[in-house]
Design a protein around this ligand. Structure first.
Ligand SMILES: [Zn+2]
Length: 479
């Protein structure tokens, strides 16, 4: 249709006014099966939205419609809270260009240019989140701008996901000069673990900056360094308590994960992947009411990204709802630009990438077994992708992670709870988001498949509501 009559245009405008009118104009979504994120399912349900809030969620009897309410019939569909990804990095792109420690050829993609472009467009990852059904994210580490920039502060709007951000990471890994070179020198990504005094000052500075948590990247130290660094890990926990900030820790070895929990960690941002979790680990996790973020798929993304460069062959991009923008897609589809530099490395061997694939299978089985152990013990589990890492794409990576959680043995109902209310709790926002309950922000998804049957149903996204604004998934497509 190309010819609109003038009257038609006027009528359309009036309809839009009714639809997007003042807060008093309520809107109702009726007829769908509602899965509220907090354990309740309602067939033929009603959600009444007023302004940006949920006014009523229940059966037709519980939520009677008033005459002026705008009604959208969603019979045959399923409503869930928006997905919340409790582990992302705004400062990373989803490709090797966002990781100076992983990019084989900085002359092809200079890191400074990547970061400058990213900061200049604070809406970029938000578009792919909403397009994928992700309405909240926890940025668990990056330069100060990831806390203070518009992408994290200007989010109370319908075209943004909710964001909490931790900011610079405390670590003994010492990569700051790589991640904060040249023009980026005033934006340190890493704060060194050197002394108790320094750590106290750094944690105080994080609090002042507005960080939502103190993030520690703790690689299990060599035995000779262990005693000193373990003491500093415990000191960070103490400093975080003093500042009233949650402590969140990357510690993927059983030993260091237990240390993190002893230090008071409220969240382990990755699975334990070296050994089976034991009773002591489970007791520490439960005693601290800590959250376990499995991130089952991120390591595979790294392996596949490097293999695609090594073999100069692009891999299929898992983006069923067209949420990846053209600029990123171009880089994903041209790994060969980085191939000569990778192959020129002195230790290069194609066999390495094949061996890595075999190791991956062992690690995946360990992570799956540990996730089941945490689940069986009643531990808190969240949806966490580590988006921004190579081939773990902001937004669409949630689908594969949800499916991996199911393949590991979680039920779809457990996964929905983890991916909504538990993730909101991990962000400290469960009073406002994470479930479909009266008074909460009206963030919800409409699916054409039943997410109680399979976590894959989140791929079948037909609409996204954020802050009371309902849009079709097609309208949210990035390309
Ligand atoms: Zn991460």
């Amino acid at each position: 249709m190309t010819n609109h009559s003038a009257a038609g245009v006027v009528l359309l405008s009036l309809l839009m006014l009714t639809f997007r009118g003042p807060a008093s104009a309520a809107e109702a979504l009726v007829g769908a099966t509602i899965i509220d994120g907090n354990g309740r399912a309602i067939d033929d349900g009603v959600v009444i939205v007023e302004g940006d809030r949920l006014q009523c969620v229940g059966s037709r009897g519980e939520c009677p419609l008033e005459r002026e309410t705008t009604v959208t019939d969603l019979s045959g569909h399923y409503l869930t809270p928006g997905l919340i990804d409790a582990h992302v990095h705004f400062a990373q792109t989803g490709w090797l260009d966002g990781r100076p420690d992983g990019n084989p050829d900085p002359s092809v993609y200079p890191y400074e240019e990547t970061i400058v472009a990213l900061r200049a467009d604070p809406g970029r990852w938000h578009r792919s989140y909403l397009c994928s059904g992700v309405t909240g994210v926890f940025d668990v580490g990056g330069a100060p701008w990831t806390v203070t920039g518009a992408q994290a502060t200007d989010t109370e709007r319908a075209d943004r996901a909710h964001v909490r951000a931790a900011g610079p990471l405390i670590t003994h890994a010492g990569l700051n000069s790589l991640f904060a070179p040249g023009k980026l020198a005033d934006q340190p990504v890493f704060l060194p673990m050197e002394s108790v005094e320094q750590l106290r000052a750094d944690v105080a500075q994080l609090a002042e900056m507005g960080s939502a948590a103190v993030k520690v990247w703790y690689l299990d130290p060599e035995p000779a360094q262990r005693e000193a660094l373990d003491a500093l890990m415990l000191a960070v926990g103490e400093a975080a308590r003093v500042q009233g900030l949650p402590l969140i820790v990357h510690a993927t070895e059983l030993r260091s994960a237990k240390l993190a929990l002893r230090a008071g960690a409220s969240m382990l941002v990755h699975s334990v992947d070296d050994l089976p979790v034991d009773d002591e680990f489970i007791q520490l996790l439960l005693a601290g009411d800590a959250v376990y973020a499995p991130t089952l798929t991120v390591a595979d993304g790294w392996r596949r990204a490097l293999a695609s460069v090594a073999f100069a062959s692009p891999l299929a991009v898992d983006d069923p709802n067209r949420c990846v923008d053209e600029a990123l897609l171009d880089r994903l589809q041209h790994p060969e630009r980085l191939t000569p530099a990778l192959r020129a490395r002195p230790n290069y061997s194609p066999d390495r990438y094949l061996e890595a694939m075999k190791d991956a299978a062992r690690m995946e089985l360990q992570m799956a077994a540990n996730l089941r152990a945490v689940r069986d013990a009643g531990g808190r589990i969240v949806l966490a992708t580590d988006a921004g890492n190579p081939l773990t794409l902001h937004g669409p990576s949630v689908y594969r992670e949800l499916e991996a959680m199911q393949a590991a043995g979680m039920t779809p109902i457990e996964i929905i709870h983890a991916a909504t209310l538990e993730s909101a709790r991990a962000m400290g926002m469960d009073d406002r988001i994470g479930s479909l309950e009266q008074g909460k922000v009206a963030d919800l998804l409409v699916l054409s498949a039943d997410p109680r049957e399979s976590a894959s149903a989140f791929r079948a996204l037909t609409h996204v509501m954020r802050a009371g604004s309902l849009r079709t998934q097609a309208a949210l497509r990035v390309r």
